[in-house]
Design a protein around this ligand. Structure first.
Ligand code: FSX
Ligand code: SF4
Ligand code: F3S
Length: 397
């Protein structure tokens, strides 16, 4: 997208119809919608309805906002002025202090049940939320208050989706993602979409908002509440280096001939095979490139367990790779992924070395009685998967 057009009357959309159609066509492809849906998407974005959005920023690096302001089509400015009414945003709003908080409360009152909440960053739960406050209100209290009347909540980034960097071991602030907080009853349950990535892909956020506007519904989500359109495939599946992976041609160090020849980065710790994100498909910076294409292994920034489970330069286990390759599913495979993404960072890679019986592991985790484990916030289904994996390993010859 090129330079901004300034409209002194404030009535002309900053994005023209052709650009909306191009974006709508890209999104229709991502959502696997027929071409007949393109006018609906474009029309919704170009239309007069501007859903009110309250954007909350908690424990984060502001990379998520940075990411969206780098969205090439449309830019955040276009989103703000054309198809959203961004009523409150800590970083971007002109208002400050009491006026800023008044704007948030006013939106919540005037659009009760209809406004959207975008959350950036994780929420500290330790010390009664005292680790982070805005306008004298803890992040936890502000989130609970704001989410209560929302039509839907979009967790933008890995921090708000799954806890992210702030929740990395030893998680000193008790940081949690929005879904975890809802499951724990600390925040009212509202329809939730997770858009993980550190930062998230701009198109995932823009696309989800556009879909909501066009169809008055959230896009189809997977079991981690991520839109299939952007998280339905792994980075590996779309990677340009995939044929080298198949041929067994791997870079052994970041500056060897293999790396120079563009060979597969699996041996350098690439997490592409187990990382669900659309980087390889849509790429970054206007489609220029993405980490793997630029020569760096994927560090799994969009998966639960990032950062502890991010796998920095540590080769993915053969077992995890095999499970990803065969598409092996079911409780045991899911349990193994949970174990490898979380437990192995403190415990042995082979769970049969654990001193605790499988059944007791699940119980202790559910009770949250081991302090360092409470941050995982495994759901009952995850605990059952983990138990299935531990039991299978215990029984294996
Ligand atoms: Fe987290 Fe976003 Fe990573 Fe940073 O706000 S997902 S640390 S890019 O900024 O929350
Ligand atoms: Fe690409 Fe990484 Fe998969 Fe190799 S392992 S094909 S570099 S995503
Ligand atoms: Fe993150 Fe991997 Fe994409 S590190 S930006 S998911 S290539």
């Amino acid at each position: 997208m090129t330079g901004k057009r300034i409209d002194p009357t404030g009535t002309e959309p900053a994005v023209d119809r052709r650009e909306f159609l191009a974006l709508a066509a890209t999104l229709a492809g991502a959502f696997a919608l027929p071409a007949s849906a393109i006018p609906a998407l474009a029309g919704a974005m170009a239309g007069a309805a501007r859903p009110p959005v309250v954007w909350l920023s908690f424990q984060e690096c502001t990379g998520c906002t940075e990411s969206l302001t780098r969205a090439f089509a449309p830019t955040l400015e276009d989103l703000v002025f054309d198809f959203l009414s961004l009523d409150y945003h800590h970083t971007l709003q002109a208002a400050s202090g009491e006026a800023a908080e008044a704007a948030r409360l006013d939106t919540m009152a005037r659009h009760a049940g209809a406004y959207l909440v975008v959350v950036e960053g994780s929420v500290p739960t330790g010390a009664d939320g005292a680790f982070s406050a805005i306008a004298g209100q803890s992040n936890l209290a502000m989130l609970a208050e704001t989410v209560a009347g929302a039509a839907a909540v979009l967790a933008a980034g890995s921090c708000s989706s799954f806890g992210g960097i702030a929740s990395a071991r030893p998680n000193p602030t008790g940081a949690m993602g929005v879904g975890e907080l809802m499951a724990a009853g600390l925040v009212p349950e509202r329809p939730l979409v997770n858009l993980p990535g550190c930062p998230p892909m701009p198109l995932a956020l823009a696309g989800t908002l556009a879909y909501r506007l066009a169809f008055d519904a959230l896009p189809p989500l997977d079991d981690k509440k991520r839109p299939f359109a952007f998280y339905g495939a792994t980075v590996h599946e779309g990677c340009d280096r995939y044929h080298f992976f198949v041929e067994g041609k791997f870079a052994e160090s970041p500056d060897d001939d293999g790396a120079r020849n563009g060979w597969c980065l699996y041996k350098l710790g690439c997490r592409g095979p187990v990382t669900h994100n659309a980087c390889a498909r849509f790429k970054w910076n206007g489609g220029v490139s993405f980490p793997v294409e630029s020569g760096h292994p994927c560090i799994g920034c969009s998966e639960p367990g990032f950062w502890d489970g991010g796998g920095f330069y540590e080769k993915l286990s053969e077992e995890a790779l095999a499970a990803a390759e065969t598409g092996e599913t079911g409780p045991e495979a899911a349990g193994r992924t949970l174990y490898e993404d979380n437990c192995v960072y403190c415990h042995a890679a082979d769970p049969t070395a654990l001193a605790t019986e499988p059944e007791a592991v699940a119980r202790l985790l559910a009770e949250g009685s081991i302090r360092a484990h409470s941050r995982f916030g495994f759901t009952p289904a995850e605990l059952s998967d983990l138990t299935a994996y531990l039991e299978a390993k215990a029984k294996a010859p």
